[in-house]
Structures are given as structure tokens and as C-alpha cells.
Design a binder for this molecule. Structure first.
Ligand SMILES: Nc1ncnc2c1ncn2[C@@H]1O[C@H](COP(=O)(O)OP(=O)(O)O)[C@@H](O)[C@H]1O
Ligand SMILES: [Mg+2]
Length: 366
């Protein structure tokens, strides 16, 4: 058993491309503490570049890999101020996730060598490929962390609402399953971005959606989409719920319809999550614990709470984890495990053939 606590920085940028979330943590094999965390927002140009990465050529992707590596290294430097980090775990930025392709593949960038040079400590990065190579979906990696955090309690649904929403059923000493339920904030963010010509990136605090009227007929139709019906393990690339989806279902977006569109999309997120719990929970769950940026949208939380009734919805904050810190903290924890040669994957969630130590290590210059 490893008793020694290590100071570990976790770095994450999710499908929303809102920014790099960094967490400074103190971790041992049995304990974990978040000392501080912060999201360093991307400049508009960088966000656009990431979100439009499928249109970049090879030279520009290679450059983006370096640019992001440098931004990740700056985030690590900032969050570590006044502390000496022992290791850094960096998820990077997913440009492509294709677990269903032949052969299955996944692609994260944000060159970790820059972080090792800046921080002068080992960096663990690129966690997903080995899960794919061992027959898994490469996602959701957070399942192992959910098991660490909540495995001992009653059976609960642990939900993270980023660009995509992810759910784990965990408790009674095991992880039952973990999968992407469908869209989280990605469609709402996209509608706002399109109608503001890129000036706005989100419906902050759900102000606009609260003024809108949701369309229950549309949601009923959408919930029949095959992804929602598919049994776990399953994971999603956000392109499945992207511009094409909006165009197909709303036609040309009109500014005057934005509140109604947002209210409808918030309900799609809320109801697809509630349906996933109804369809796939192995037994009755005692509560739903929510984290991720979606937890900061009061309108979405109201709709979700209504859709889940009578199951109580609680914020991860009330269960000891700041909502925006969870994913970054997960990659600090995964790095800690990898660095100490402890398995950090979750075959029950991803379908991998067995236990693995995910992540590649970059050693520092010293
Ligand atoms: N105050 C807020 N009001 C409404 N939505 C918010 C707020 N803060 C964050 N969000 C939503 O959360 C997203 C970022 O969440 P995050 O957990 O970082 O997702 P990801 O892992 O995809 O990057 C934003 O793009 C936005 O949709
Ligand atoms: Mg984010």
C-alpha cells in the first residue's frame, strides 16, 4: 500500500472546448483532496480552431498539438503557484473518438512534452489509446474514478454533464456500468454560437432557455434515436449531436426562436439522462450526483430534477467534489495510479479485456 501523498495536477479540456480546467490535488492510494482548481478559458480563435479541427490540414493539426501543449503547460504553471507538483496528468484535447471504426481509434492532442519541460516533473498523458487497443471503448475513463469516490456507498447514479453527458452506476462495492447518455451542453452551446456568430459560447446561467417553451413532440421523437436505446457499454463522439442534428431538426436557426430551441435542447439532455437511468439502472438508485459545467446551468438542473422525480438530484459539491473540478481531478488520480504502476482503467465500463495501466509517461529534463 502506498501511504505517501503526492501533489498531482490534473489537466482536462473536454468536448465543449470552453477552456483548460486544471486541478491541484493531494493524492494517496486511499485519499484525495482538491487543493484548488480553475478553468482557463480559450480565446475565441482557439475555441473555433478546436471545434473546427476536422477541417484543418495536417500541418495545422501538428501546430495545434504544440499550441495546446503550451497552453496546458501554462495552466499547470498557474495552478501550481506556491507549490511543487510531483506529477501532472493531462488528458489533452480529443480531436476524434471513433471506438466504432475499423480499426477502433481515438485521438487526443496537446503535446505533453511541453508540460514536462515547463513543470520539471513527470507527466502522464494519452490515456485512451490503450483502452481501445485492449478492446475497450476508450471511454468513459471517469468510471474508475467514480468507483474510487463512490464505490463504497449505496447504489447511485453519478452524472457528469460536459459537452456530452456521462453516467455511471456505482455503489455496493462495484461499478455496474458507465456510458455516455447523449448530448450534455453541446447542442445548446452550438445553437448559441451559431446565432451569435461566435460572439457568445453558452447560455450563461440558463437565462435564455428559461424564457423559452420546450417542444415535447420533438423530444418524444428524438428519444427514439438508436443511440439512446443501445445498451451500454457505449460512447459518443459529439459530432453525432452536432450541426447536422440542429439543421435537420430545426431548419435554419432564427434568433427569435433561440429561447425555445434552448429550452427544447435542455429538455432533450434532461430526459435522455432520466430515460437512461430508467432503462439501464441495475437496481433502484438512491440519488443522482451531478458534476460538470451543466451543473452550473440552473434551468437545466430544474428540468433534470423534474425529469428524475422521485430520485433526488444532488450536486457533486454536496458530496465533496467541486462540480467543475471533477474531470481534471480524475486525470490527476489516473496519473497518480499510472505513475505508481497501479491499474487505472475500468473494464466493466469500457469493455476492455482486463485491467490496464493507462497513460504514457514523459520524464522531466533533470
Ligand atoms: N454558468 C453557466 N451557465 C450555463 N452553462 C454553463 C455555465 N458554466 C458552464 N456551463 C456549460 O458547461 C460547459 C463546460 O462544461 P465542462 O464540464 O467544462 O465540459 P467539457 O468537459 O465538455 O469541457 C460550457 O460549455 C457550458 O455549456
Ligand atoms: Mg471544459
Amino acid at each position: 500500500m502506498l501511504q505517501k501523498k503526492m501533489k498531482v495536477i490534473g489537466l482536462m479540456s473536454g468536448t465543449s472546448a470552453d477552456g483548460i480546467t486544471a486541478a491541484l490535488t493531494l493524492i494517496s492510494e486511499k485519499s484525495l483532496q482538491v487543493l484548488r482548481f480553475k478553468t482557463f478559458p480559450f480565446k475565441k480563435e482557439m475555441r473555433e480552431k478546436i471545434l473546427g479541427a476536422s477541417r484543418l490540414n495536417l500541418k495545422d493539426i501538428s501546430r495545434l498539438n504544440a499550441e495546446l501543449g503550451i497552453l496546458f503547460s501554462k495552466a499547470a504553471r498557474e495552478i501550481s503557484k506556491g507549490h511543487k507538483a510531483d506529477i501532472v496528468g493531462s488528458h489533452g484535447q480529443t480531436l476524434w473518438h471513433g471506438p466504432g471504426d475499423n480499426p477502433p481509434n481515438t485521438f487526443q492532442i496537446g503535446e505533453p512534452a511541453f508540460i514536462a519541460e515547463e513543470m520539471n516533473c513527470p507527466v502522464v498523458a494519452d490515456f485512451r489509446p490503450q483502452d481501445i487497443a485492449s478492446g475497450g471503448q476508450g471511454a468513459p475513463l471517469i468510471a474508475a474514478f467514480d468507483q474510487f469516490l463512490y464505490g463504497q456507498g449505496t447504489l447511485r447514479a453519478v452524472l457528469n454533464i460536459g459537452g456530452i453527458a456521462n453516467l455511471s452506476f456505482v455503489g455496493k462495492n462495484k461499478l455496474w456500468s458507465s456510458f455516455d447518455t447523449g448530448p450534455g451542453n453541446c447542442l445548446m452551446d452550438l445553437a448559441v454560437r451559431i446565432l451569435s456568430s461566435g460572439k457568445k459560447s453558452l447560455d450563461r446561467n440558463g437565462i435564455l432557455s428559461a424564457k423559452g417553451k420546450s417542444n415535447p413532440e420533438k423530444i418524444k421523437e428524438w428519444l427514439k434515436i438508436s443511440y439512446f436505446k443501445k445498451s451500454p457499454p457505449k460512447s459518443l463522439d459529439k459530432n453525432e449531436f452536432g450541426e447536422k442534428f440542429l439543421n435537420e431538426h430545426f431548419g435554419k436557426l432564427k434568433p427569435e426562436n433561440l429561447p425555445d430551441i434552448l429550452a427544447t435542447l435542455a429538455d432533450l439532455t434532461a430526459q435522455s439522462i432520466a430515460q437512461a437511468i430508467e432503462d439501464f439502472a441495475p437496481q433502484k438508485v438512491s440519488e443522482v450526483i451531478v458534476s460538470g459545467g451543466g451543473a452550473l446551468n440552473p434551468f437545466l438542473m430544474r428540468r433534470l430534477s423534474a425529469a428524475l422525480k422521485p430520485i433526488p438530484l444532488v450536486s457533486a459539491q454536496e458530496r465533496g467534489m467541486p462540480v467543475m473540478a471533477k474531470e481534471a481531478t480524475c486525470f490527476a488520480w489516473m496519473a497518480y495510479r499510472a505513475f505508481n504502476r497501479l491499474p487505472n482503467n475500468c473494464p466493466a465500463a469500457t469493455g476492455a479485456r482486463g485491467s490496464r495501466i493507462l497513460g504514457k509517461i514523459i520524464y522531466p529534463p533533470k
